[in-house]
Design a protein. Structure first.
Length: 213
């Protein structure tokens, strides 16, 4: 850890158990329009920032709403869960406390929206552990690209090679590696099918944060 000056976390599926929310939203949103969720749909939108996912959904299904209208519907469906029910993964707070004792900077790089990210972190009592939260909407590119990680490092005032990134999906790991950062892949049920691929690409793979304590 001597040369590591910052830790960058993904949010959904990494720090918090929230993927069930989006799975339910996909089912309910499409069901209201008489559709079932195609097998590849959730995988396709997993790393997209919010507006891109809305644009993709409109193009794929031929919906008449604007991206802003789609995003508003999704946000309203997710707000209550994020503000009251979504919980941290096991031992997240313990790890954050330990990182603070090591005097490393801690950031979040997420495809989520501030209106969701901030309430869930505050509700779980960990908001103040983070020095910065960066959103893919700030760079206009999803996590297959290094831009969100480079922006987070810049705002933290560190070099990319001084960062470790925690992610639960393969696109996030690949994007962080393109940024020149070390990576730790975190198990999540939503990416369980990609475990072997994540193990082969990430610098380290963990099933639980307890492995780091």
């Amino acid at each position: 850890m001597n040369e590591i000056k910052a830790i960058i976390f993904d949010l959904d599926g990494t720090l918090i158990d929230s993927m069930y929310v989006w799975h339910k939203i996909d089912i309910d949103f499409l069901a209201e329009r008489g559709l079932k969720v195609p097998p590849d749909y959730e995988q396709a939108i997993k790393t997209m920032h919010f507006e891109t996912a809305a644009e993709y959904t409109i193009a794929r299904f031929g919906f008449k709403e604007t991206p802003q209208e789609i995003m508003s519907i999704w946000l309203n469906m997710a707000l209550n869960e994020y503000a009251h029910n979504v919980r941290l993964k096991d031992n997240v707070e313990e790890l954050l406390k330990r990182l603070k004792t090591l005097s490393v900077k801690i950031g979040i790089a997420t495809s989520s929206k501030p209106i969701l990210a901030e309430p869930v972190l505050k509700n779980n009592g960990v908001y103040d552990y983070f020095d910065i939260i960066c959103y893919t909407s700030e760079v206009g590119l999803d996590k297959r690209h290094p831009d969100i990680y480079l922006l987070t490092a810049k705002k933290l005032g560190v070099k990319p090679e001084e960062c470790i990134v925690f992610e639960d999906i393969i696109d996030g790991i690949n994007g962080a590696k393109l940024a020149g950062m070390r990576t730790i892949a975190v198990y999540d049920e939503g990416s369980a099918d990609d475990v072997e691929m994540l193990k082969s690409v990430a610098d380290k793979y963990i099933y639980s944060f307890t492995e780091l304590l």
